[in-house]
Design a protein around this ligand. Structure first.
Ligand SMILES: Nc1nc2c(ncn2[C@@H]2O[C@H](COP(=O)(O)OP(=O)(O)OP(=O)(O)O)[C@@H](O)[C@H]2O)c(=O)[nH]1
Ligand SMILES: [Mg+2]
Length: 315
């Protein structure tokens, strides 16, 4: 696609044309020369950095339901809102994403809301890099905030969280002990904790325990993150959570420059890692016999790696 049509697509997308936006996102996701052109095009007339809000937490915690409520709250303030729902677990656009669509249906007709679901399929450079390209594009098209939802269990998801300025960690009051352990990793990354499904009877005790745990784990003398109890299905507790989020949003002049610089630095690193990873995969695919020899134990990994890497290192 030539520069001129990219410019007209960008103009249409900025005016709220969802089809133009979808076309641009496809280009950004695919990477390569056309994505470079698009990035350059979008840098013209791009608004100041958008607030990227990451929503992560255990599967089924009610993240999408919560996101839908937050979209409504931001819309009431006149913001143009984008949602990137990332599902690292499913190789196909399966059940979870279908569920997202149902839960976010009420926003489908709203020209001020753009929702994009992504799954692992076809993401050669990795999901973190692809979701980052999508979020960058939506931000450049004037969506602010850009909300990124992901299931928080693995490295891919933690990388996705690194792409956010503000992270909400969503928990539910029914987690068993093994899930509590998993939660330890999640606790470090939350700017705020959300205990959703607080209509469940164990909620008050869970919130109390969580607050106590967070107070104990205080890092570097920093205030522990606030804990918000919500029932996303009814909207209970959403006002307090939105209020906290709007406060942070309004104070962006104070925290945005540093967080945004860190985020860009991270995005650069992640882009380079993605490119190297796809070259490594291409090398492995080009040497199936050597790979089989390693699998059978006939050649050591160290030696094989040296042979596979030499064309890459020669560049
Ligand atoms: N009781 C109760 N159910 C809720 C609440 N919030 C969401 N749910 C229900 O929990 C189920 C999962 O909700 P989702 O919003 O899809 O959860 P999710 O975290 O996005 O799920 P994944 O993306 O699949 O990990 C749905 O059936 C919701 O209706 C809540 O506050 N209370
Ligand atoms: Mg979801």
């Amino acid at each position: 696609m030539v520069g001129a049509s990219l410019a007209s697509l960008a103009a249409a997308a900025r005016a709220g044309d969802h089809r133009a936006t979808a076309t641009l996102l496809r280009i950004a996701e695919q990477g390569g020369a056309e994505a470079d052109l698009l990035e350059r095009e979008l840098r013209h007339g791009a608004p100041p950095p958008a607030h990227r809000i990451g929503i992560t937490g255990v599967p089924g915690a009610g993240k999408s339901t919560l996101v839908s409520q937050l979209v409504t709250a931001f819309r009431q303030r006149g913001a143009r809102v984008a949602v990137v729902a990332v599902d690292p677990s499913s190789p196909f656009t399966g059940g979870a994403l279908l569920g997202d669509r149902v839960r976010m249906q009420q926003h489908a007709e709203d020209p001020g809301v753009f929702i994009r679901s992504m799954a692992t399929r076809g993401m050669l450079g990795g999901l973190a890099q692809a979701s980052n390209a999508v979020a960058d594009t939506l931000a450049a098209l004037g969506y602010d905030p850009v909300i990124i939802e992901t299931v928080g269990v693995g490295q891919d998801e933690l990388d996705i969280v690194a792409a956010a300025h503000t992270t909400l960690v969503v928990l539910v009051p029914t987690l068993g002990d093994e899930v509590q352990a998993l939660k330890a990793g999640l606790m470090e990354i939350g700017d705020a904790m959300v205990v959703n499904k607080s209509d469940l009877p164990s909620s008050a005790a869970f919130v109390r325990d969580l607050r106590a745990t967070l107070a104990l784990r205080r890092i570097g003398g920093r205030e522990p993150p606030p804990v918000h109890a919500t029932t996303a299905t009814t909207g209970e507790g959403l006002d307090a959570l939105s209020h906290w989020l709007f406060g942070r949003d309004g104070a962006r002049a104070g925290w945005m420059p540093e967080r945004e610089a860190l985020r860009r630095r991270w995005a650069l690193e992640s882009e380079i890692v993605a490119r190297i990873r796809s070259r490594v995969r291409a090398r492995l695919a080009a040497e199936p016999e050597l790979c089989c020899q390693v699998e059978r134990g006939e050649v050591g990994t160290h030696e094989a790696a040296g042979r596979l890497m030499s064309p890459i290192e020669a560049d």
